[in-house]
Design a protein around this ligand. Structure first.
Ligand code: FAD
Length: 387
């Protein structure tokens, strides 16, 4: 994950500058760029929600700002942040900012970053070089693991089966997918994701996250070249990387919660602001949002340090963020009233997007696994254990 290298702090062509930036500028730059394009992503998001297609203009905005490249491997032109903490904190901010603007684009971007991390961890020098060239052309990647049974099989070098919930199916240029070979553990391969004939979005008729186009993608009869094999068997499921990585989608979800809080405050009339009951609800919404912020930020740092309790922390964070989102959605509706449910209102779109995006795999199982860890020992950390 663009781990610190002895190379140049930031590629100049990547950031379009003529003088070397201070280290602080280099770290803050992606977040500043995300903030600069956020209003445009918000406006486009409303349009893609009303008439859902792959959000090509939003993705172009991200690429024009260099955000498709900054979290790529350094060998592929990614920024060198100097430390893994800095890398993670910057990504934490960028994911929140994009999520605040449009959760569908946040989901697409998060999938792309996930793919960049897998390239960084498991890609060969040749694959890093090829990735750099594709990023030069503005390519975005997806990461597709979810599949209807029996899943995608690789027989020899030929694929059979489909992926479901495949965000960007038919719109993204490439995706990394999991496949089950005839022998051994599942592994990762890179496939073309832009074949419209393989994509089936007919079932993606959803109340939120419409522009993600998370449909089916049929991989049957696709042939896998040697260079498309990424890493070895079992690499995708390596811990703590696999489970701890959930912090990234919680960061995008957090962006949605923050946007809801911002819009709720804006929508509060003078009468509502003058009423202690409404103010108490607003205070609850602030506390829920910032509680989620603190957990996600900490989960990001645990991921950076490859903390053995990172998976438990990420799993607990999922539940904390889900609870905060559900609370803020309820509070927003109760503070703002019927306007919060009207077509064209931003609170309505964000609530619809958040409510679907919260539905990630096995939420009860995640919370239960976190509880088992905490029962065994205080996963909060060695500096401050309660038992
Ligand atoms: C907008 C969006 C985009 C997505 N994009 C991608 C993507 O690009 N790539 C990708 O790989 N995936 C993607 N996903 C899929 C995602 O990662 C999850 O797999 C999916 O959302 C889980 O859906 P579910 O709620 O139906 O899951 P489930 O895990 O089936 O949960 C449904 C319910 O059943 C319960 N349940 C499930 N299993 C058990 C069990 N064994 N015992 C008891 N109860 C159980 C759960 O607690 C839950 O209440 C996306 C999902 C969304 C919503």
């Amino acid at each position: 994950m663009a781990r610190p290298s002895s190379g140049e702090a930031v590629r100049r062509d990547d950031v379009g500058m003529s003088a070397s930036p201070s280290p602080a500028t280099a770290i803050d730059l992606p977040a500043a760029r995300a903030s600069a394009i956020a209003p445009r992503l918000t406006a486009l998001g409303a349009r893609y929600d009303a008439a859902p297609v792959f959000p090509i203009e939003s993705m172009k905005c991200l690429a024009d700002a260099g955000l498709h490249r900054c979290f790529a491997p350094v060998a592929s032109g990614g920024h060198d942040f100097g430390s893994v903490d800095a890398w993670h904190l910057c990504l934490f901010n960028v994911l929140r900012i994009i999520g605040r603007a449009d959760l569908s684009v946040g989901r697409l971007y998060e999938g792309h970053v996930n793919a960049m991390i897998l390239f960084d961890r498991f890609g060969s020098a040749t694959q890093h070089h090829g990735l750099g060239q594709r990023l030069d052309a503005g390519a975005f990647y997806g990461m597709w693991a979810t599949e209807p049974p029996p899943g995608v099989q690789m027989i020899g070098r030929v694929l059979k089966g489909a992926k479901s919930f495949a965000t960007g199916a038919g719109g993204l240029v490439h995706a990394i997918i999991t496949v089950q070979p005839e022998d051994g553990a599942r592994r990762l391969i890179v496939v073309a994701a832009d074949d419209a004939a393989r994509a089936d979005l007919s079932q993606w008729r959803v109340r939120g996250m419409r522009a993600t186009g998370s449909g089916l993608y049929d991989l049957t009869d696709m042939i896998v070249a040697e260079d498309d094999l990424l890493g070895g068997p079992g690499d995708y499921d390596r811990e703590p990387l696999f489970t701890t990585g959930a912090w990234r989608f919680t960061a995008v979800q957090l962006g949605g919660i923050e946007a809801l809080l911002i819009e709720t405050r804006k929508a509060m009339s003078d009468a509502a602001r003058g009423d202690p009951m409404q103010r108490a609800k607003f205070a609850d919404a602030v506390a829920a949002t910032r509680t989620a912020y603190l957990w996600v930020r900490e989960a990001a740092l645990r991921a950076a340090r490859e903390d053995a309790d990172g998976p438990a922390f990420a799993r607990m964070t999922r539940g904390v963020v889900e609870r905060a989102a559900l609370d803020v959605m309820e509070l927003a509706a109760r503070i703002v009233g019927t306007r919060s449910a009207m077509d064209g209102q931003r609170i309505d779109k964000i609530s619809r997007d958040v409510s679907l995006y919260l539905r990630q795999g096995g939420p009860d199982y995640a919370r239960d696994q976190a509880a088992l860890t905490w029962l065994d020992h205080d996963a909060w950390g060695a500096e401050d254990t309660l038992w």
